[in-house]
Ligand binder design. Structure first.
Ligand SMILES: CCCC(=O)SCCNC(=O)CCNC(=O)[C@H](O)C(C)(C)COP(=O)(O)OP(=O)(O)OC[C@H]1O[C@@H](n2cnc3c(N)ncnc32)[C@H](O)[C@@H]1OP(=O)(O)O
Length: 300
């Protein structure tokens, strides 16, 4: 009985988060995690930017911009990434998002300068918590996200790609979890997400072998969803076109569908079912539903 009450209490915030779109972080002060303290440290590792453009069509483009360092994530970029994700959480018109890197490459992971400077200190663990918070919120956004991998996605860059709903690669690109070569394991939640995407067996191969996944291998392993024809210039346009097959419906329907999937991904079955019912209730008899009924559409 007591276990049951605890279970309900523990699950309540997660369910509410998914249904009501109120996003909470995995780690907070109750876990001894002081976000402001780590942000202050991250400020010392500056450079690059994370840019967001939000289209009138409800499709956003998030660009990692640190091309001189192959779009490595500096401390200030980590902070900006969190700010942009918060902005996207508040974007009521958002249906889709393409995450990509500037200048034909995705992301070479964490800034090695920062890793070296914080080597051996507790700060590495705090960055891990900060990035898990941000990437979990990215994955839970009530819109359909796709990582466009051009060039390399290495280490933390490969982990970032798993925080999107879909992954696309262009010819000549590569995804590689190089963490083992750094004497590490994934720390930004990429290990757990990888298992959800490709399963345990494939994850062991990808992580323990630090396999270099070219587009064909990645598609075969189920790591990515498609290979785009262009490697430069046109790839972003192609990714947006690819995404449009999953974003073409009234915004409340697209967001509702994503929330149903997030609940299914994250909650035990009974709680996911209850969450689905609540989301269904927000659409039943709503404008999109009434218009569809008035059209009398057939699904031949
Ligand atoms: C939990 C987080 C785990 C992590 O993310 S650990 C980091 C994992 N990533 C890495 O180890 C990437 C190391 N870099 C590389 O392997 C290569 O630079 C890479 C990405 C294959 C590109 O090779 P090339 O095309 O030959 O270019 P390059 O080596 O001359 O690099 C151009 C400039 O970019 C720099 N760079 C690349 N990756 C970086 C990084 N992660 N942090 C900081 N700087 C980085 C590189 O040092 C070089 O700068 P510079 O021209 O020498 O000043």
């Amino acid at each position: 009985m007591a276990t049951c009450i605890w279970r309900r209490l523990l699950l309540q915030p997660v369910k509410c988060r998914i249904t009501c779109q109120r996003i909470e972080s995995i780690y907070n002060r109750t876990h001894g995690f002081d976000e402001n303290e780590i942000k202050e440290k991250l400020q010392h590792f500056s450079g690059g930017s994370i840019d967001l453009s939000k289209g009138n069509d409800g499709i956003g483009v998030l660009t990692l911009n640190n091309s001189v360092h192959k779009n490595a994530l500096t401390g200030t970029m980590m902070i900006e990434l969190q700010d942009r994700v918060k902005e996207l959480e508040d974007w009521t018109e958002g249906r889709g998002l393409v995450v990509h890197g500037a200048r034909n490459t995705f992301c070479s992971g964490s800034d090695l300068k920062a890793i070296k400077a914080m080597h051996g200190s507790e700060e590495g663990l705090k960055i891990c918590m900060f990035m898990q918070n941000t990437l979990t919120r990215l994955k839970r956004l009530p819109l359909i996200s796709v990582a466009l991998v051009q060039g390399k996605a290495l280490g933390g860059g490969a982990e970032l790609s798993t925080a999107c709903d879909f992954r696309l690669m262009t010819p000549g690109s590569e995804i590689c979890f190089v963490q083992k070569h750094m004497g590490l394991v994934p720390g930004w939640g990429g290990g757990a997400r990888l298992v959800q995407i490709v399963g345990g067996q494939q994850s062991l191969k990808l992580l323990n072998g630090a396999l270099r996944m070219d587009p064909a291998k990645a598609l075969n392993a189920g790591l990515i969803d498609d290979i785009l024809p262009s490697d430069e210039g046109k790839a972003l346009e192609e990714a947006q076109r690819w995404l449009s097959q999953y974003t073409g419906a009234p915004v409340e329907v697209i967001q509702g569908l994503k929330k149903v999937v997030t609940a299914g991904r994250e909650l035990p079955l009974e709680d996911a079912l209850k969450s689905e019912k609540e989301i269904f209730g927000t659409l039943w008899g709503g404008p999109a539903n009434l218009q569809a009924l008035a059209r009398g559409s057939k699904h031949k």
